[in-house]
Design a protein around this ligand. Sequence first.
Ligand code: ADE
Ligand code: ZN
Length: 338
Amino acid sequence: MDLDRFIAGLPKAELHIHIEGSLEPEMMFAFARRNGVALPYADVEAVRRAYRFGNLQDFLDLYYQGADVLRTAEDFHDLALAYFRRAAGEGVAHAEIFFDPQAHTTRGLAFETVAEGLLAGMAQAERDLGVTSRLILCFLRHLSEEDAFKALRQAEPFLDRVAGVGLDSSEQGHPPAKFARVFAAAGERGLRRVAHAGEEGPPAYVAEALDLLHVDRIDHGNRALEDPALVERLAEEAIPLTVCPLSNLRLCVVSDLADHPIAQMLRLGLRATLNSDDPAYFGGYVNDNFRAVGAALSREDIVTLARNSFVASFLPPTQVAAHVARLDAYVAEAAAHG
Ligand code: ADE
Ligand code: ZN
């Protein structure tokens, strides 16, 4: 079986996808039309042309602007369902989706509008497509600790349907330490914890995310490779990294996919996974990310990445085992039939 077909059918989980980052330009226009929102673009091609980023902040400016077309619970439902349809077609059996409530409440939407729309889309995806999912509330790190506490308070009525909290947005100058207390409060409420770290920020931010935020996973983590002691710790503690190659390329975290460190991460014994981050902005969904780095990896590496995605998920162990068994069966079947 050729590599593309093998990747296409490979059972996998996606653990690093910002649902607002799955807003395709066509959807942006459709939501803008239905909500009477004026866009600063003439057409879909103009949007795509604007997606040239020199760094994370260049992207974030357009990402928050794009999110402004999302106004109703139905919009969030439709956005989520469109992602799940796409994911289901790519062998994604389970997805843990990030959302940025503060990107919406700061422009006047109710937290409930966002959460109820997304949760309805997630429920429909499970019913109609068989894709399970979890919701992760990300705090915007360029905003204050107090703002993060406010988002956590707004989430209170939904906490039985929120798996965890995350930390995203502008990394440099906004270290994990800024959010130690709100992450502690989230932990007291039984929430799992993840954080973007080492995307643009230094290795020290990765260590802080572990020591001060007590995260279960690190989102990205690329720059951890600059610190051998930290790498050893990540490997020893089996801390999952949710790595996003096409995002890294588009945000200039790597200058060339040939230089992407995913193979090195696996050689170092890190529990890496592959993910799309913001697929509508970075030119590809999860399988595009597998294909983008596939040439540098063995078939065994690719299977390891898929296995890691289930092992690193927040699913209960019995469900993880069932997914891994299905993955092993797929690999055996592929080997048997060339
Ligand atoms: N928000 C959406 N995508 C992000 C990324 N890659 N890094 C930080 N914040 C984000
Ligand atoms: Zn991200």
